[in-house]
Design a protein around this ligand. Structure first.
Ligand code: CTP
Ligand code: CA
Length: 226
């Protein structure tokens, strides 16, 4: 493992990694968010830096220190902010790794003042769709090598392969979540899919898994650019 990236498999490459959740504000004190600690994305950023890449980390609201070797960190809160930051950082990037759990919807209106409880009444929130960061990038005529993540509770392989094709990605890393799996844990397991192939990365610490993932990305990236 060490040999596979100790030689700097991504030396001289510019890599953008997104990590963590996004928070979509309802009012000044409330938001809608995703269950994501950011640990996997931060581990991926660290592994890419260790492999020699120039790494820009776009982070949603997480409480994690910037990993060693990461050159630039951009902190964002909402999906719209993450979209803008990733698109800007990806302009001259070789690889974009989308490990963030991006909110698919945001409240259509953000209340300027704290909403007051109306006792006994239901509250309906109207949500507007957020832009898809990966789909925006893959639609651009020139774009980085695109790696997505798919966290699924069921039919993991089917949904992951569908996202690979639908978003025109170069690779997708799929994992099963829920029932104590995947979130806020130190360990994880992934299955990688690309056009015409797949690879299981068995259960390991997020640090080890991230190094293995980065080694596989570097391999596929070099093949794609060859
Ligand atoms: N993603 C993105 N922009 C969004 C939503 C998701 O770039 N607005 C990226 C995620 O960072 C991830 C990949 O797309 O790398 C898959 O995210 P996922 O939520 O699994 O896919 P969706 O297409 O949103 O499908 P669904 O939530 O319905 O499963
Ligand atoms: Ca989603």
């Amino acid at each position: 493992l060490v040999a596979s990236f100790g030689g700097g498999a991504l030396a001289g490459r510019r890599v953008v990694v997104s990590a963590g959740p996004t928070y979509e504000d309802i009012d000044p004190v409330r938001f809608i968010g995703n269950r994501s600690s950011g640990k996997m994305g931060f581990a991926v950023a660290e592994a890419a830096a260790l492999a020699g890449a120039h790494v820009i980390l776009v982070a949603g609201p997480v409480s994690l220190p910037t990993p060693a070797g990461v050159v630039e960190r951009v902190d964002v809160r909402s999906a719209a902010q993450m979209h803008a930051a990733v698109i800007e950082a990806s302009a001259d990037a070789d690889i974009y790794i989308a490990a963030a759990a991006v909110g698919d919807y945001r409240p259509q209106q953000v209340a300027p003042c704290k909403l007051k409880k109306q006792a006994g009444a239901e509250l309906t929130l109207t949500l507007a769709e957020n832009p898809d960061i990966l789909a925006t990038l893959s639609a651009q005529p020139t774009h980085p090598f695109l790696v997505g993540f798919a966290a699924e509770t069921h039919d993991v392989a089917t949904y992951a392969q569908d996202k690979l094709r639908r978003k025109k990605l170069d690779m997708i890393a799929a994992n099963r979540v829920g029932e104590g799996l995947g979130f806020e844990t130190a360990e994880n397991a992934l299955t990688l899919y690309w056009e015409g192939g797949s690879k299981e990365l068995p259960r390991a610490s997020k640090t080890e898994l991230a190094r293995e993932l980065v080694a596989r990305i570097a391999e596929r990236f070099q093949r794609a650019r060859a």
